[in-house]
Ligand binder design. Structure first.
Ligand code: CS2
Length: 482
């Protein structure tokens, strides 16, 4: 079948939404680091909407590790489709906002030159939690991280996100060009403040004057990003091909829901992201907290408990009445009350989340969400638990979620089969004595703040849930906790 490209786009099937602007007039204004499925189903879609008004905000994407996105999108002139799925309903749209993709390891100079170019006014990132080389316990850059050590030894030839951003900023400063705005779009708490701190600390370690300049001149808006984007499968590619009438090697799948809340703090004028439904606010924190604790918190709980119960997809998990009760109670009774919002608002949000999780067309794998638990647990579950303990309130369901993660990270499922655990702290997990999981995990200070690990209430709650999981298994534990 003919491949999707500029030349063939005209033969897309009727009903497919195609760019409403003339792509030939679009120029690059954004460099995006970490051009995975999430970015292409979220930010790039919003940019695709605003290019009608201002064609100077096209995106040059970069992948920091794997060349697969570049290899797939180059023959397609950057074009790809987003298939939105809701039950049996489908909507297919071809996105034209990505002008090109650079493979950072092979094309570093090209990438740095693009970032140092005055036309680039925003550098956005989806490099996942671990990509910030951030030490959750200290709150700053992890100067012992191998990638940071390597980049600080050779800052003109960087490989980490921090190294690349700072080298591009150094070049701009030297050339007398205003800095770009650095916009984190990762699921980190206070992603703006974390990026500000991590990148300024890196710059400072390269040159104190550069560190000061970064602190004083670069804007790091916080953002809350939300859209469920499961990994694309071969079956998805087949579905896209049938709907599009062309072959697309790199489509992305998404739910209809899309939310993006952005702190109104840019160097110069921000791209008109509101044209694509984004919202500019002065304080992102309440949105971010609600989303991380309610959506991502229950996502992780469903992922570990669901995986251990033998469920492959989130919609299957939430389709079990016991799980639905458990998740709904966790949100209403344990998470919602920590958000400091009117109950009607958190209840409404919870109801909407249950609907979104129930979207059977998405096939969002529990295994996918289970990845990188060490990087996710603190902001998704542990902060909520800390607040519950401070309020003297129970947190049985959250404790079961943490215990399920410990079992999962131990690398053996309930049938005794090995689990391929993907996590930067995997080696540390493997060194834990299976006979004493609780002490082993709680000693990991990068995950568990000392105060929490030392809390008798916390230890007792998680310890009891570990025992319950061992005794009756995840499915029955969920039913009993309810
Ligand atoms: C998920 C998120 O994989 C995960 O850890 O919880 O990617 C989630 O789907 C998104 O944050 C939704 O916006």
């Amino acid at each position: 079948m003919t491949r999707l490209s500029t030349a063939t786009l005209g033969s897309a099937r009727p009903g497919v939404i195609v760019p409403a602007y003339d792509r030939a007039t679009v120029t690059a204004g954004i460099v995006h680091l970490g051009i995975g499925a999430f970015h292409r189903a979220h930010q790039a879609v919003v940019v695709d909407d605003l290019l009608v008004r201002d064609p100077s905000w096209g995106i040059v994407g970069a992948s920091l590790r794997r060349p697969d996105t570049k290899d797939a999108l180059a023959p397609q002139d950057g074009l790809y489709s987003v298939l939105t799925k809701d039950g049996d309903a489908r909507s297919l749209r071809v996105i034209g906002a990505v002008l090109g993709v650079l493979d950072a390891p092979r094309e570093k100079e090209h990438l740095l030159a693009q970032m140092a170019d005055a036309a680039t006014r925003v550098v956005s990132l989806t490099v996942t939690e671990k990509g910030y080389c951030y030490n959750a316990a200290s709150g700053g850059l992890d100067l012992t991280h191998a990638d940071i050590v390597a980049d600080l030894a050779n800052p003109r030839d960087p490989a980490s996100a921090a190294g690349i951003v700072v080298e591009a900023l150094r070049r701009r400063r030297e050339a007398g060009i205003a800095p770009f705005t650095v916009m984190s779009c990762d699921n980190l708490p206070h992603n703006g403040a974390v990026s500000a701190r991590v990148f300024a600390e890196f710059a400072e370690a390269v040159d104190p004057a550069l560190g000061r300049w970064v602190r004083d001149n670069v804007a790091f808006p916080a953002t809350m990003i939300d859209r469920i984007v499961p990994a694309t499968t071969d079956a998805d590619r087949g579905e896209v091909e049938a709907l599009l009438g062309l072959e697309d090697a790199w489509p992305v799948m998404a739910e209809p829901f899309l939310q993006w809340v952005i702190e109104d703090k840019f160097v110069g004028t921000a791209p008109p992201f509101e044209m694509g439904g984004a919202e500019f606010v002065t304080d992102v924190a309440p949105y971010e907290r609600m989303k991380l604790r309610m959506l991502n918190g229950t996502h992780s709980m469903m992922a570990y408990l669901g995986f251990l119960s033998g469920h492959e997809f989130i919609a299957q998990v939430i389709g079990q009445p016991a799980f639905r009760t458990f998740v709904s109670n966790a949100m209403a009774e344990e998470i919602g009350p920590t958000l400091g919002m009117p109950q009607a608002q958190t209840d409404g949000y919870a109801a909407q989340l249950l609907e979104r999780f129930s979207n059977t067309a998405l096939r969002h794998r529990t295994y996918q969400i289970s990845m990188d638990g060490s990087q996710k647990l603190p902001q998704r579950l542990l902060g909520t638990i800390t607040d519950r303990i401070a309020a003297g309130a129970p947190f049985e369901r959250l404790a079961l979620g943490v215990a399920a993660w410990m079992v999962y990270a131990g690398g053996v499922d309930e049938a005794g089969k090995p689990i391929e655990v993907q996590d930067p702290m995997r080696a540390a997990f493997a060194a834990i004595d299976p006979a004493n999981l609780l002490d082993g995990y709680l000693a990991l200070e990068r995950i568990f703040p000392r105060e929490l690990a030392g809390s008798p209430v916390f230890r007792a709650a998680v310890g009891a849930k570990l025992a319950l999981l061992r005794e009756v298994g995840a499915a029955e534990a969920v039913r009993r906790v309810g």
